[in-house]
Design a binder for this molecule. Structure first.
Ligand code: HEC
Ligand code: HEC
Length: 265
């Protein structure tokens, strides 16, 4: 008899226990589970805002879904970094029919540029906008010197020995890097705008990029000590002047000796 009541009590307890377990589980889940957060809705909103700006200002050349048209390349997979560079230096939106699209006054706010970058990034994976730690660091003189060597090996052929800029075939040019911000230097290297080659992470680490940027900052902070900069073009123009003065001087000396010799005879 006693055994039976305890059994009945137990069988009544079972559903109650089950319910209790479920409630506890549900409660603990809601505590532990990731907050389906405001951050997520925020990015969705950002992408939507970006698409609206894109449709109005960019789609005529790049297509309604960034697939490209005859007037502009596809943006699928170019990444947020490319948009941040192109819009952040005022190159985009481009005007029609330019041989080389120049840097111009920036036409959008940082917030708007970020939203278009988020939208383009949502079309296909590509280089992201870098964190500041990826392109700035406290570097030693030695690191900066290494940046200079990297710059001369990889960049100076087009941009000049100290980044003053230089001409390229067909009326194009590599711009001066004097006023370019660190983040845009990083992005230009990673995305290779127009005639410039892309330097991916496989070719050049973030560390090397940081050294190049530090070198350019050092060059740009150096005052002009007077005298001829000779276009800051380095060995070419310096060589030219040495040629003119050196060979010219030798020619004068040679003529003088020849004249003297003739007189002596
Ligand atoms: C008048 C046409 C035109 C308009 C408008 C325009 N673009 Fe472009 N865009 C171009 C062309 C042409 C290029 C390619 C330049 C080159 O590489 O020679 C380009 C290149 C780009 C690139 C570089 C792609 C890469 O390969 O890295 C990005 C990013 C870009 N545009 C974004 C935009 C955005 C964002 C807008 C709107 C704010 C915009 N463009 C408006 C014509 C246009
Ligand atoms: C083959 C020639 C070439 C080489 C090599 C080259 N660039 Fe460029 N670079 C260009 C051209 C051309 C442009 C202009 C592209 C444009 O306006 O979209 C450019 C643009 C840039 C810009 C944007 C400047 C601005 O203010 O808008 C930066 C920054 C830059 N290059 C840095 C570098 C660095 C750093 C290297 C070496 C790691 C390098 N480039 C190597 C040709 C080159």
């Amino acid at each position: 008899m006693k055994f039976l009541t305890s059994l009945r009590r137990r069988s009544a307890a079972r559903p109650v226990l089950l319910l209790l377990t479920l409630v506890v589980l549900a409660l603990s889940y809601s505590v532990v589970s990731p907050q389906r957060s405001s951050a997520e809705t925020e990015t969705t909103q950002q992408v939507e805002q970006g698409k609206a700006i894109f449709d109005q200002n960019c789609s005529s050349c790049h297509g309604l879904n960034g697939e490209g048209t005859t007037a502009g390349p596809t943006l699928i997979g170019v990444g947020a970094a490319s948009v941040d560079f192109q819009m952040g230096t005022g190159r985009m939106p481009a005007a029609r029919g330019e041989a080389q699209i120049p840097a111009r006054e920036v036409q959008f706010t940082e917030d708007q540029i970020e939203s278009v970058a988020a939208y383009v990034a949502s079309l296909g994976a590509g280089p992201a906008i870098p964190e500041e730690s990826q392109y700035t660091a406290d570097l030693s003189e030695e690191d900066i010197a290494r940046g200079g060597a990297l710059f001369r090996a990889n960049c100076s052929a087009c941009h000049g020995i100290t980044g003053g800029g230089g001409a390229m075939p067909e009326g194009k040019y590599a711009p001066s890097l004097r006023d370019t911000s660190a983040v845009h230097i990083y992005e230009a290297m990673r995305t290779g705008p127009q005639m410039m080659p892309t330097f991916s992470k496989d070719v050049m680490t973030d560390e090397s990029v940081t050294e190049i940027i530090a070198y350019l900052e050092e060059v740009n902070s150096q005052p002009n000590y007077g005298g001829l900069t000779m276009g800051d073009a380095g060995p070419v123009s310096e060589g030219f002047w040495i040629f003119v003065i050196g060979i010219g001087g030798l020619a004068i000396v040679a003529t003088w000796i020849a004249k003297k010799g003739a007189r002596a005879r």
